[in-house]
Ligand binder design. Structure first.
Ligand SMILES: C[S@@+](CC[C@H](N)C(=O)[O-])C[C@H]1O[C@@H](n2cnc3c(N)ncnc32)[C@H](O)[C@@H]1O
Length: 228
């Protein structure tokens, strides 16, 4: 049996983007205001939001944790995929980004589903209880991803969803001398993920490469043979 893959090019990315529902007026306004406030436009792509929203619905997510809020774009996008009583906690180190995100979350249609926690991922993640979270999205400092992943695996319930952005290292995955200082950390993380026990994960070529994984359910004990 032959095994073929199609080379995904910039044209494919554009094709996918053109066939994804665009940002609504609120998210367009959020991005404009973020740019005016000097916040860099490093949010995920709309097609990633669409894909992550589908995954969140498929796992029936009610509790989500994100590390890396920026302006609140992905937090609002993901929260829209949760039920009305769902809750997304998003963690942001920069006080400026956290304040901006809080302001825009408050104005959004999912204000009651999103809380912005100011501080580092390593400070906040330990406060979530074991197995209490349905989905985790990592989109912050890449050097800390292995630590965030270990914490994420602790707080995810079995069958929970793990996602991490930038597996393609800002387009510099194969560069011999990457200019982005986080590219080497991304490569190390990409090598680390397949070694993590209890996680089934794959890089999906969408946006800048999205790790998508599921925390394995514990193996069920084999039925005991009936005694004669
Ligand atoms: C790529 S942006 C997040 C984009 C956002 N998820 C979106 O798509 O709308 C990364 C964010 O992580 C934040 N960050 C950096 N180091 C962090 C840390 N140690 N803990 C939490 N956030 C951090 C940065 O300040 C920045 O706002």
């Amino acid at each position: 049996m032959s095994h073929t893959s199609t080379l995904v090019t910039g044209a494919h990315f554009a094709y996918i983007a053109q066939r994804t529902q665009p940002d609504d007026d609120f998210l367009i306004a959020l991005k404009k205001a973020a740019a005016a406030a000097g916040i860099p436009p490093i949010w995920v792509a709309p097609e990633q939001i669409a894909f992550m929203g589908i995954l969140l619905r498929l796992v029936g997510a009610r509790r989500v944790v994100e590390v890396g809020t920026l302006a609140g774009y992905s937090a609002i996008g993901m929260a829209r995929a949760l039920p009305a009583d769902g809750k997304l906690s998003t963690i942001e180190l920069s006080p400026k980004h956290a304040a901006f995100a809080r302001e825009w979350v408050a104005k959004s249609d999912v204000a009651n589903r999103v809380e912005v926690l100011e501080g580092g991922g390593a400070d906040h993640l330990p406060h979530f209880a074991d197995g209490s979270i349905d989905a985790v999205f990592l989109d912050a400092d890449k050097a800390s991803y292995p630590e965030y992943l270990r914490e994420g695996m602790r707080l995810l319930r079995p069958g929970g969803l793990m996602m991490a952005d930038n597996a393609f290292a800002f387009g510099q995955l194969f560069d011999q001398h990457p200019t982005d200082r986080e590219a080497p950390a991304v490569r190390r993380f990409n090598d680390f993920v397949p070694t993590v026990a209890g996680l089934d994960a794959v890089i999906v070529p969408i946006g800048d490469g999205l790790w998508v994984g599921v925390k394995r359910e514990p193996a069920k004990p084999l039925p005991q043979p009936a005694l004669e």
